[in-house]
Design a protein around this ligand. Structure first.
Ligand code: WTA
Length: 654
């Protein structure tokens, strides 16, 4: 987002003081800031007491080997026990944990007692395959209860899960399975997408071709479509799991025992396996879910619309809500299947009270029109949330007006796969809300906006967002790549010990924080992180492409959209390369290599790319082209006529 856009945003800014009735019943009060400030470690220690520990910790934080943190040192706990068993032990076995809604309209209500049985059976099944604590399990599943059960069964056994988004390609699955050396993959025969059953197991098989370290593939029957089968390796979930005992004694693991790896895009082509561990992660996931969503166990019906393939699904569908004994809706499908009111129909039916979604979806709802939510009873709602990218004030105001009855608090939550849980966000009931601003770090969290030298910028100015104190749910590294962990996050402000988030941010005159998007080569498309390099490598792996450059251009619905510039290989004529079919083939190729979410919105065939004398592609200029702006300063180009060539080429091509 440019400065101009930001100035506009901030000008429009209105302030909504907290509603008194909401404040009177809120889980959080403004005192929390002072309490945490007075003694950060004592504050987190108190938050850790939300959980059941088999052995209490001896030390809250060990930061002596920074940037590798240890939280609640010496403590032992079982994450799955905390998310399931203890609620049953406390007499809440009959409370619904999950109201599951399938895309075709089938439903399942699962109580905590039933969830415990399912998790125990799945844990017994995984043990029967010889898996032992520390082994990795890859999970590529649609949004069905077995996805949550699988994650919890892994946690129960100390297995490290690596969930791979259901929309990712065989190649993406393959690189994740290889990087983490997964021994077992859990998947489904197929998944529903916009009313159609599409294959999943067939893709998994393609991804696993030639990999001999995967001993078993467990397959949930979801759609009933044909699934290719490898005898001796593949097992149906119902054959393996259903007959297992519902008895399983959970073992307590060290607070720093690895819980999961989740891959996310970085600035290079290879995704990073972000590592999270147990005690600190669960503490912050539970604490934030409690204060940010004002969650009341046994009363609220909570719905986070994310997919478990992303970190939001990990922290705010699985671990945070279940640790807090939430009753939640889990919906399998797309928001417009079979009609554009599907979400509101679900809110009405289950009397959802807390709804957490992404700006890209809010903008889609805006496009579909306010008459759609107006057709449903949304009066059960009492709090709304947003995550994934900066929410533009227009979308914020629409969300409040048309979904939030013009009165509900909206929590704009800034965080990352790496931070594990929410970091910067309002405290509902305590904060005065500003549309478009995530406001300030939560109690217990410290963040700053700094300049190149790491000095905090004055109010009214912008810079880089850094986290200057360790936090419990921070990543513990990148799987198998210590150096990349240090380089990516800690090298930029090494002397100061700041974590570099990769986001630009600005303080307004009150010192509130406005996030401005990524400052690196990572794009944010519909809230999903995709690196420019990743898409570029996919493009150049196509036989007709010699060179490619990719930029994120602003897009009214998806936040950013992928725009690619490609130079055809010698022998491929410019006209032929820019033909409709050739472009479609390239877009499909990217979808096949990475996944449909990475499909470029637009591909422009060009004779040259703008490069500096040292050969670096000047994306800034390409962004100007992609956003139809006048081309900026070209004096650092090795060949300043290139931009003319590109402009001319585009005119004749279109
Ligand atoms: C962006 C998703 C502004 C940001 C939880 C961050 C946001 C990246 C917000 C992380 C927000 C997420 N306001 N920007 N409320 N939430 N972002 O790892 O650029 O998928 O660095 O985690 O999304 O994306 P990730």
């Amino acid at each position: 987002m440019g400065d101009e856009v930001l100035a506009n945003l901030m000008q429009q800014s209105q302030v909504f003081p907290p509603d008194e009735a909401f404040a009177a019943q809120a889980n959080a009060t403004a005192d929390l800031y002072a309490e945490a400030e007075a003694d950060r470690e004592a504050f987190w220690e108190k938050q850790a007491e939300r959980l059941h520990w088999e052995t209490r910790w001896e030390q809250v934080l060990d930061w002596s080997n920074a940037p590798f943190a240890k939280w609640f040192v010496g403590g032992r706990l079982n994450v799955a026990y905390n998310c399931v068993d203890r609620h049953v032990a406390d007499g809440h076995g009959d409370q619904v944990a999950i109201h599951w809604v399938g895309e075709p309209g089938d439903t399942r209500d699962i109580t905590y007692a039933q969830l415990k049985d399912e998790v125990c059976k799945a844990a017994n099944a995984l043990s029967s395959l010889g898996l032992r604590a520390g082994d990795r399990v890859a999970i590529q599943l649609p949004m069905i209860p077995e996805a949550i059960v699988s994650m919890l069964a892994c946690a129960r056994l100390g297995l490290v899960h690596s969930v791979v988004f259901g929309g990712f390609s065989p190649a993406a699955l393959r690189s994740r399975v290889e990087d983490a050396d997964a021994k077992v993959v859990i998947t489904a025969d197929g998944q529903y997408r916009r009313g159609k059953a599409i294959p999943m197991k067939a893709n998994v098989d393609e991804g696993l071709k030639g990999i001999d370290t995967v001993r078993n593939v467990i397959v949930v029957r979801r759609t009933g479509i044909d699934a290719p089968w490898t005898e001796g390796r593949d097992l149906w979930w119902h054959d393996l799991v259903d007959s297992q005992s519902t008895e399983h004694t959970p073992e307590a693991f060290d607070s720093e025992h690895p819980l999961f790896v989740l891959y996310t895009s970085g600035t290079t082509g290879k995704p990073k396996g972000i590592l999270h561990t147990s005690g600190g992660y669960l503490t912050q996931a539970a604490y934030t879910h409690h204060v940010v969503f004002d969650h009341k166990p046994g009363k609220d019906v909570y719905w986070c619309t994310a997919d478990i393939g992303w970190v939001t699904g990990h922290s705010y569908i699985v671990y945070g809500p279940l640790a807090n004994r939430a009753t939640q809706v889990v919906y399998e499908g797309t928001p417009n299947t079979p009609h554009e009111g599907r979400h509101w129909e679900i809110v009405q039916q289950y009397k959802v009270t807390i709804y957490y979604t992404a700006p890209t979806l809010i903008r889609t709802f805006m496009k579909w029109g306010e008459q759609i939510p107006a057709g449903y009873d949304l009066s059960s709602l009492r709090l709304l949330g947003s995550v994934g990218e900066p929410i533009n004030p227009e979308a914020w105001l629409w969300y409040r007006k048309h979904i939030g009855n013009g009165s509900l608090p909206i929590v704009d939550t800034w965080w990352q796969t790496e931070t594990g849980a929410i970091m910067i966000c309002p405290l509902p009931g305590a904060s005065a809300l500003k549309p478009g601003s995530a406001l300030r770090p939560l109690p217990g969290i410290s963040a700053k906006v700094v300049n190149e030298k790491g000095e905090e910028v004055p109010h009214g100015s912008g810079g880089y967002l850094v986290l200057d104190q360790p936090w419990p749910s921070m990543l513990r590294g990148i799987w198998g790549d210590e150096e990349r962990y240090r380089d990516t996050y800690w090298a930029r402000f090494a002397d100061l010990g700041f974590y570099f988030a990769g986001d630009g941010a600005k303080y307004d005159d009150d010192g509130d924080i406005w996030l401005l998007g990524r400052v690196d080569d990572v794009m944010n498309v519909s809230g999903h992180r995709i690196s420019t390099t990743e898409v570029e490598s996919a493009l150049v792996s196509h036989p007709t492409v010699a060179e490619a450059a990719v930029v994120g251009a602003s897009d009214p619905t998806t936040g950013q959209a992928i725009v690619a510039f490609v130079i055809p290989r010698g022998g491929v004529a410019q006209d032929e390369a820019s033909g409709e079919e050739a472009i479609k083939a390239l877009r499909d190729h990217v979808a096949k290599e990475i996944g449909p979410i990475a499909k470029p919105r637009q591909i422009m065939v060009v004779p040259e790319l703008p490069k500096t004398r040292s050969g670096k592609i000047m994306r800034r200029l390409l962004r100007d082209v992609a956003e139809n702006r006048e081309i900026g300063d070209v004096t650092t180009l090795a060949d300043s006529s290139v931009m003319d060539l590109i402009a001319k080429g585009l005119k004749s091509g279109s």
